[in-house]
Design a protein around this ligand. Sequence first.
Ligand SMILES: Cc1cn([C@H]2C[C@H](O)[C@@H](COP(=O)(O)OP(=O)(O)OP(=O)(O)O)O2)c(=O)[nH]c1=O
Length: 198
Amino acid sequence: MTETSSPAVLCLASASPRRRELLASIGVVAEVKPVDIDETPLAEESPEAYVVRLAREKASAGGRLTRLPTLGSDTAVVCEGRILGKPTDRTEAAEMLHLLSGRAHQVLTAVAVTGPAGLLDVCVTTRVQMRRIEEREVAAYWATGEPVDKAGGYAIQGLAAIFIERIEGSHSAVVGLPLYETAQLLGRQGVRLWNGAV
Ligand SMILES: Cc1cn([C@H]2C[C@H](O)[C@@H](COP(=O)(O)OP(=O)(O)OP(=O)(O)O)O2)c(=O)[nH]c1=O
């Protein structure tokens, strides 16, 4: 199944190339409609409530632009009680890596899908253990350009894989979309996958 030969079965309310690629990897052709929402956490909001709220807001906003079921998602890295988003500069990226170095953290990814069953959501938590990261590696990693658009300032699917000792949970969720749970949600919204099951 290729994107040029098959019609879209889903609207993806996301600017993340990773999310589009992950969906394509399980044969889901999506039409991409990025939405812009305020990502400021609310006072006293838990990390899980935060990512679920953003995923739902993205799906709802995208869903207003199409008749297709629409998926929104949000990923946050949580370490020592702090929510780490995408670093805005070299200093912030270095602070994030220093915090993550030699520690375990959680990656929370929420997915929400609009459709005939209403607005459904799921949140997946994955534990990631990083080895200690040397100061020279922090500088060299920033220079690669990889940290910029990634929550927590690293990409498990990229060069930062050499920092990851182990994970417990969903690898695809860390990259941006938990594929198992996403397939379950799509099924509940009547989106037919390659196996024909709905
Ligand atoms: C931790 C981690 C995050 N990421 C990415 C996934 C997400 O694209 C990004 C988290 O930012 P998000 O705000 O969840 O998503 P986004 O801004 O890229 O896209 P949109 O809001 O339009 O859907 O970080 C990786 O690619 N690899 C990783 O290992």
